[in-house]
Design a binder for this molecule. Structure first.
Ligand code: HAM
Length: 429
């Protein structure tokens, strides 16, 4: 596309609000996190899955919940040319469950452990660490209700952040029961809040009618005071859920994970049952949550599959980077080509092009002086690229089958036979 087609009248195009370009200077963070994520997944036995960027809208409204902020306000939905209601993925769990059902993964040995790294779209109000397009690394374990797996999922999230070098995090845990015990709990929660109806903020007034559990999640100071004294889900669990939660806490203690039970932790998606958890920086609160997850034992059945317990976790890569920067964690740079080829005069350009290609063919990264700059300017260019070696080719060298090899760190220079160059670069003395 020509430059003129990027402009319309006096408008200069900008990335849409809430989106950013991930520029080369940022890529070391992304690569670092993706490599650590893949390593962690291998350690815990997860396989990668990639699902489409968009799905049928119903998948999300049915799974996340019609009365959640995500479905009510934040989905990027549109009708395609075939009249299908389509939504850009606002989270990763429902698509993975859809893929599990559609691809008959219940026939595989259970549990099935899957991970993804994907772009996510939510029409939110942009601010630091909150975007309209962000990226999540997430993983799901499908087909087992053992609380030891809940502990493993939480352990994996914690160890992943540790492996990145993140410190000063807190782990919040809660159990919100199952479809057997939740209705009674919700009734008592509602009863409690009806007593405070007139003092609640306007949004909580609506939540009281539409999504009672989310009352516990309000960030307004007065509503938080009510939440602190509200009935607690963990006190209203049926015997099976209570046993599950007890065992989970025991496993977490054994793993020496520093969790604290937070009775107001309910998460923003409706599919959760029993375990919910979040990992947050020690300072910052719920708005800065780095990752969260939990169990969703009814979701696969709700999407038309067989009853299948499952759980998972996801973390926002942009939020991880924010915290890595805040904590000044050193990130390994992405290696750049070590060798720069400079040519003394345009006549030898042909040889320089050939040499660059043959060295790259041998697996040696090479940058080549691109224009007919003076040799001095080419050496400056090599310096700017932080090249470790500069190969200088001139007419005399071509005649004698040699090149000049300059070590940019020591400034030492030697003449070396072309036939020995490759070996010399691969095995320096
Ligand atoms: P979530 O808490 O909605 O959970 O999102 C997971 C993480 O994505 C958050 O903790 C946060 O780090 C990041 N995140 C969310 N929204 C934004 C945003 N607008 N900008 C930047 N980062 C954001 C889920 O999505 C569940 N699917 C997690 C899960 C997996 N539960 C079970 N399995």
């Amino acid at each position: 596309m020509g430059y003129s087609s990027l402009k319309m009248g006096a408008d200069v195009y900008q990335a849409p609000r809430g989106t950013v370009d991930i520029l080369p200077a940022e890529q070391a963070y992304w690569r670092y996190i993706e490599q650590k994520a893949a390593q962690t997944c291998q350690l815990y036995g997860y396989e990668r899955i990639d699902t489409p960027v968009f799905e049928n809208m119903n998948l999300f409204s049915r799974s996340i919940g019609e009365r959640t902020d995500i479905v009510e306000k934040e989905m990027y939905s549109f009708e395609d040319k075939g009249g299908n209601r389509i939504t850009l993925r606002p989270e990763g769990t429902a698509p993975v469950c859809r893929a599990y059902i559609e691809n008959g993964m219940h026939n595989q040995p259970q549990p099935v452990k899957l991970y993804y790294s994907a772009s996510i779209f939510r029409y939110e109000r942009p601010q630091a660490g909150r975007y309209r397009q962000h990226h999540q690394f997430g993983y799901e374990v499908i087909g087992d209700n053992d609380p030891a797996l809940d502990a493993e999922v939480i352990d994996m999230a914690w160890r992943f952040f540790e492996s990145l070098g993140l410190r000063r995090l807190k782990l919040l845990l809660n159990s919100i029961g199952c479809r057997k015990c939740r209705p009674d709990y919700l009734a008592s929660l509602r009863q409690y809040y009806i007593g405070h109806r007139d003092e609640l903020c306007p949004e909580c007034g609506v939540r009281l009618e539409k999504n009672t559990l989310r009352l516990l999640d309000c960030k307004k100071p007065l509503c938080q005071q009510f939440a602190a004294s509200a009935p607690r889900s963990a006190d209203c669990l049926c015997p099976d859920c209570a046993e599950h939660f007890n065992l989970l806490r025991k496993y977490l203690q054994q793993l020496e994970l520093p969790f604290s039970v937070n009775h107001c932790l309910v998460r923003g998606l409706d599919y959760y049952t029993r375990t919910v958890f979040e990992i947050q920086p020690q300072t910052g609160g719920a708005q800065s949550t780095i990752g969260g997850g939990g169990r969703y034992d009814d979701l696969i059945e709700g999407l038309g599959g067989k009853p299948t317990p499952a759980l998972g976790f996801a973390t926002g890569i942009e939020r991880i980077i924010l915290n890595l920067k805040k904590q000044q964690v050193a990130i390994p740079p992405i290696p750049t080509p070590e060798v720069f080829i400079a040519q003394a005069g345009d006549k030898v350009k042909n040889e320089a092009v050939k040499l660059a290609s043959s060295l790259r063919g041998a697996g040696i990264g090479v940058l080549q002086a691109s224009s007919s700059k003076s040799l001095k300017a080419q050496l400056r260019q090599a310096n700017n690229f932080s090249a470790h070696y500069v190969i200088i080719i001139g007419e005399e060298e071509i005649e004698t089958g040699t090149v000049i090899l300059r070590n940019m760190t020591t400034a030492e220079q030697e003449t070396i036979a072309l036939t020995k160059l490759q070996n010399r670069l691969q095995c320096p003395p």
